[in-house]
Design a protein around this ligand. Structure first.
Ligand SMILES: [Zn+2]
Length: 484
């Protein structure tokens, strides 16, 4: 048996070699065995899964707009009608065999697109791939981009903060005071605080996968959408998602989107996984000192960042007009303030998560994650739970549990901003009203009494009642009093 078998195998091997030699010329044909499509607000990505590497020639035609993808010596073994084209610029995919051999794929598109492509070698999960990205010129990376007026207010605030930091860095604190009071003198913009909610992974990157097949990229998108919804329901806040669908965004790109949208805060939502099914609970990460130091060095050193900015766009915090030492001090000041804000907010988020879920670690951990590296935007990464733990995997899929996690993240961040509102925000204005600050109005807070309000404004109860036409001493929370 053994001997026969061995001989048989040898013969088959010989035949295969012969046949391969005989057809060497045509044997190079590569097969497209699958195609995948990921649709984002500003581009669509089409991935060809191939049996080997391929040469591609890609060009566009207009009237009507089309993209042509020519693949040398390639056969198609995939039904293109299976592609879900919804939400993408591609309205139809057509294919044909070229006379010279090879495959032509034509994408009918409903808007002008700018194609770019690259190939990827095989990895554990996939074979050779050709990736074609069709960018939409002028499109925003987020579905609901920042309003131009809000953006302008934010730019002004960032410029003022920069001037203050510069005054401090140059050792002129009096100047910082002048800048601060000049900003306060303008009519209050009462702007929204902008929160970037970043669902981890997406597209070809599924993130961690649970024992029952739950994908991290799906559950974190659900949770992130709930976080956004909570902020959008809250006066004084507005949130956007860095990813609102199943597509991939690079890590640096996520922080870039946050900067373009002038985010006050960035929170990345993930789910943990380890080999063991035992570990469970939530954890919260802020940037580590090591990560901050290396990032500061990167910003200072990288010449490609000359046009890049710290603290805003359009030259607000471009550092190239400053000498080396001042740039370093300025960056350190910015980075330190950002890290302190991140850690303080992380503490609030941990506190809230601890009320609804087991904590994997009871204090904020620090790591050098790339998405946490914005020098000027306080940032957190929340590992909501262990998708590798079967019980937590089930919880992460439950809408009710997702809502609790979202609420905890939201509450923690809101608590921080209520204590430290940015100067031009509605929250800052409300706080100043509460203190009876610059305005001659006062909004009644919980626990206030008429005598307290009168005393804190150095007026008599009688004068206060007269000015507001009150005939009793009873106040309602939220009632606005004129201070005579
Ligand atoms: Zn993750």
């Amino acid at each position: 048996m053994d001997r026969l078998g061995r001989d048989g195998r040898a013969m088959v091997t010989a035949l295969v070699s012969l046949c391969c030699l005989g057809t060497a010329a045509q044997a190079q044909a590569v097969e497209v065995h699958n195609m995948r499509l990921w649709s984002a607000p500003d581009h669509v990505r089409l991935v060809f899964d191939m049996s080997g590497p391929v040469n591609a020639n890609i060009f566009t035609l207009d009237g009507p707009d089309r993209v042509v993808i020519d693949l040398d010596s390639t056969d198609l073994d995939f039904d293109v009608d299976k592609l879900d084209l919804d939400d993408s610029a591609i309205s139809k995919v057509r294919t044909g065999v070229r006379e010279s051999g090879g495959l032509r794929v034509v994408l009918d598109v409903n808007r002008p697109v700018a194609p770019k492509s690259f190939t990827l070698p095989p990895n554990e999960q996939y074979s050779d791939r050709l990736v074609v990205d069709l960018d939409y010129p002028g499109a925003s990376a987020v579905k609901d981009p920042i309003d131009p007026i809000e953006a302008m207010i934010r730019d002004q605030e960032i410029a003022a903060q920069r001037a203050q930091k510069e005054a401090v860095a140059e050792g002129k604190p009096e100047q910082a005071e002048v800048v601060a009071s000049a900003v306060e003198a303008q009519p209050h913009p009462k702007r929204d605080i902008i929160i970037a909610v970043d669902p981890g992974h997406g597209g070809e990157d599924p993130g961690a996968i649970g024992p029952h097949g739950t994908r991290e990229k799906d559950v974190v998108l659900d949770i992130a959408r709930k976080v956004k919804q909570r902020f959008d329901q809250t006066p004084g806040f507005k949130a956007f998602l860095t990813r609102d669908g199943d597509y991939y965004i690079g890590l640096r790109q996520r922080t870039l989107i946050a900067r373009q949208q002038k985010a006050d805060f960035f929170v990345s939502v993930h789910a943990d996984a380890v080999r063991s099914s035992q570990p469970s609970g939530s954890s919260v990460y802020a940037l580590s000192q090591g990560g901050a130091t290396s990032e500061t060095a990167r910003w200072l050193a990288a010449s490609e960042n000359q046009s890049d900015l710290i603290g805003g766009v359009d030259g607000n915090l471009s550092l190239d007009d400053k000498d080396e030492v001042l740039r370093g001090v300025l960056l350190d000041l910015t980075m330190t303030a950002t890290m302190n804000d991140s850690l303080a907010t992380g503490g609030q988020v941990i506190d809230q998560l601890g009320r609804i879920n087991k904590l994997h670690k009871s204090s904020v951990e620090q790591a050098g994650f790339v998405v946490l590296k914005s020098p000027d935007i306080p940032s957190l990464l929340v590992e909501t739970g262990f998708i590798s733990n079967p019980r937590e995997e089930a919880q992460l899929k439950s809408s009710a549990h997702q809502a609790k996690l979202a609420q905890a993240i939201y509450e923690g961040i809101v608590a921080h901003f209520r204590q430290h509102p940015p100067p031009s925000s509605l929250l800052a204005w409300q706080r100043d009203q509460g203190r009876g600050g610059a305005s001659n109005e006062y909004r009644v807070q919980r626990g206030d009494s008429l005598s307290q309000v009168a005393a804190s404004h150095n007026i008599s109860m009688k004068a206060l009642k007269q000015a507001n036409g009150l005939d009793s001493d009873i106040l309602r929370v939220g009632q606005v009093l004129t201070i005579p």
